[in-house]
Design a protein around this ligand. Structure first.
Ligand SMILES: Cc1cc2nc3c(=O)[nH]c(=O)nc-3n(C[C@H](O)[C@H](O)[C@H](O)COP(=O)(O)O)c2cc1C
Length: 167
């Protein structure tokens, strides 16, 4: 687990090879294992594997050009009918998104978090493209695929960010 945390890096180059349905299913299951405020599990997910849809998302997202190569993407959304507090909804979705990134790393699948919330234009364009209901907030898009680039593991230690007992 600790190795997976350090090895997770944003992968933006993908091989032209589809993911297995079982892999996508496992990533979704890991997303659903995330903690959520009041255990309300406010997430909803859209799994995207159609090439045309992925290309359309690449057009919409200004920093998502890698979606033209990625064989899959997961959109992590929050359902405001399940969690009316937007702060909690976002935190639930962030926890689920991080689980997807870590699970992908553990499965040797490359991934990158593409920000959606709070960019109104992106959120609206994605909602229209994927027919997402009014009460559902698209929060994060994760591009997925077998990596076609190698990146060194993270090796962070930033003592200036740590405050022991008091600030
Ligand atoms: C909220 C959020 C939004 C991000 N949006 C993008 C994005 O739109 N495009 C992209 O290529 N990477 C995006 N990233 C990935 C960051 O650029 C990346 O995590 C950071 O540069 C650190 O690199 P690492 O993930 O390899 O450790 C996003 C990350 C977060 C947490």
């Amino acid at each position: 687990m600790l190795q997976t945390i350090f090895q997770r890096r944003s992968i933006r180059k993908f091989k032209d090879e589809p993911l297995l349905d079982e892999e996508i299913g496992l990533l979704l299951q890991c997303a659903m294992a995330a903690p959520s405020a009041n255990n309300l599990k406010s997430w909803q997910f859209v799994a995207i594997t159609q090439r045309e849809r992925l290309n359309e998302l690449a057009e919409i997202h200004p920093y998502g050009k890698m979606l033209q190569q990625a064989p899959a993407a997961l959109l992590i959304c929050g359902d405001s009918l399940l969690q009316p507090n937007i702060g909690y909804l976002l935190l639930d979705c962030a926890a689920a998104t991080q689980n997807v990134l870590l699970a992908a790393t553990a499965l040797r699948i490359g991934s990158v978090w593409l920000g959606v919330y709070p960019r109104e234009q992106r959120m609206n364009d994605i909602k229209v493209l994927l027919n997402i209901p009014e009460n559902v907030v698209p929060v994060a898009l994760v591009a997925l695929g077998y990596a076609d680039e190698k990146k060194a593991a993270n090796d962070p230690w930033m003592p200036e960010k740590i405050h022991y007992n008091n600030w």
